[in-house]
Design a protein around this ligand. Structure first.
Ligand SMILES: O=C(O)CC1=CCC(=O)O1
Length: 254
């Protein structure tokens, strides 16, 4: 299914696709878009299936389904090849595409993500929580994984906005993406990725801890790892300048 998307920046710029976390929508990339546009990129960001304004699938999805949505989006827009910056679930989509659709991916930035996260049972329980207890209960839990306590205390208004972002995701859409994460194991696929890759981890990320970033960087040939202080899971929001600089530097290096 073609996801809802937004394009910013010059028509002639190199394309960079921004792929986000479960429980988010495309506005989670607001802190990075102006810098990427200033650097000359045409930024394409989208809502994952079942999130934001994208269609809600019927039943569980796989990582191949989510990655297929990105290929469909590129085809719809007539884009042969793009850079991909993905955070968490978005990074999983990026790894899948890097391994299975290498001709479509130029450079990769994998932020706060994992090649295998938790157990299928854990994600089944999360999906059941979404559909039985509701998305406010999911948002209550995710806000403490997404941000450090200090950031939440210093930014109560923004923390409320991000809570609202998750609380308004359709439960069926969230549950469908839980299935994709629970069924994913990309560890053995990583050595086949040829895209120049930057892996960014948050030192305070307890959802996808630094060891997960290290494993990804160890297995993708030539990948570089950066660990950022003062960043939990949504590191691009908590440390927007550092993430913006690292991403732009990787995508523009010649
Ligand atoms: O559990 C969370 O909210 C963190 C997370 C795991 C995968 C993802 O996209 O976000």
């Amino acid at each position: 299914m073609t996801p809802h998307h937004q394009i910013t920046g010059p028509d002639t710029g190199e394309v960079v696709v921004l792929a986000g976390s479960i429980g988010s929508n495309l506005s989670m990339w607001d802190p990075q878009v102006p810098r990427l546009v200033d650097a000359g990129f045409r930024v394409v960001r989208f809502d994952n299936r079942g999130h934001g304004r994208s269609p809600v699938p019927d039943g569980p999805s796989s990582m191949a389904d989510l990655a297929g949505d990105v290929v469909e989006l590129l085809d719809t827009l007539g884009i042969e090849r793009a850079h991909l910056v993905g955070l968490s679930l978005g990074g999983m989509i990026g790894m899948w595409l890097g391994a299975h659709e290498p001709s479509r991916i130029d450079r990769l930035v994998l932020c706060c993500t994992s090649a295998k996260l938790g157990t299928p049972q854990m994600w089944e329980e999360r999906a059941t929580q979404a559909t039985t207890k509701g998305m406010v209960s999911i948002a209550d839990g995710s806000i403490g994984r997404w941000f450090t306590p200090g950031w939440i205390q210093a930014n109560p208004g923004l923390a409320k906005e991000y809570h609202h972002m998750t609380a308004t995701v359709p439960a069926a859409g969230y549950a469908s993406c839980c299935a994709a994460i629970g069924g994913m194991d990309l560890r053995d696929a990583l050595p086949s990725i040829t895209a120049p890759t930057l892996v960014i981890g948050g030192r305070d990320d307890q959802a996808t801890p630094p060891e997960h970033a290290q494993l990804i960087a160890d297995r993708i040939p030539g990948a570089r790892l950066e660990l950022v202080d003062g960043a939990a899971h949504l590191g691009n929001v908590e440390q927007p300048e550092i993430f913006g600089e690292l991403i732009t530097e990787h995508l523009t290096a010649r």
